[in-house]
Design a protein around this ligand. Structure first.
Ligand SMILES: [Zn+2]
Length: 121
């Protein structure tokens, strides 16, 4: 039994797909526009992070955006195998309100705070 209703899952999937489309669209526009100089600094780009053919056409995408794309894909994958919305830290159900605010989240608030305490990013 899942704590989310099929309607809530459908709504969150819509949100994730919308985020995904927007990110890809942004990336494609940046690739198409050679006058975009924000990529020439190189600080934000980590080409080593881009290893799969899946995003080969998006190889100029910024690392931050690529990370978010991966989180979105991961969340969608978890919806497929029905583990979406279950905290990866402690196994509790993550409330719909939290998922609605941040659909890519994989942890409850408590676990997230613990993780962030040990994180320097
Ligand atoms: Zn947790």
């Amino acid at each position: 039994m899942h704590h989310l209703t099929p309607e809530q899952i459908a709504e969150l999937r819509e949100d994730l797909l919308r985020m995904r489309n927007r990110l890809i669209k942004q990336a494609e526009e940046q690739i198409r526009d050679p006058s975009d100089v924000t990529f020439q600094g190189g600080d934000e780009i980590d080409r080593a992070n881009i290893e799969t053919g899946r995003y080969i056409n998006l190889q100029r995408i910024r690392t931050r955006e690529l990370k978010l794309l991966r989180k979105i894909d991961y969340a969608l994958m978890k919806m497929e195998n029905e583990t979406y919305g279950i905290c990866e830290g402690c196994g509790v159900f993550i409330p719909f309100e939290r998922l609605k605010a941040r659909p890519v989240t994989t942890m409850c608030i408590n676990c997230k705070e613990l993780e962030e305490e040990g994180e320097n990013e």
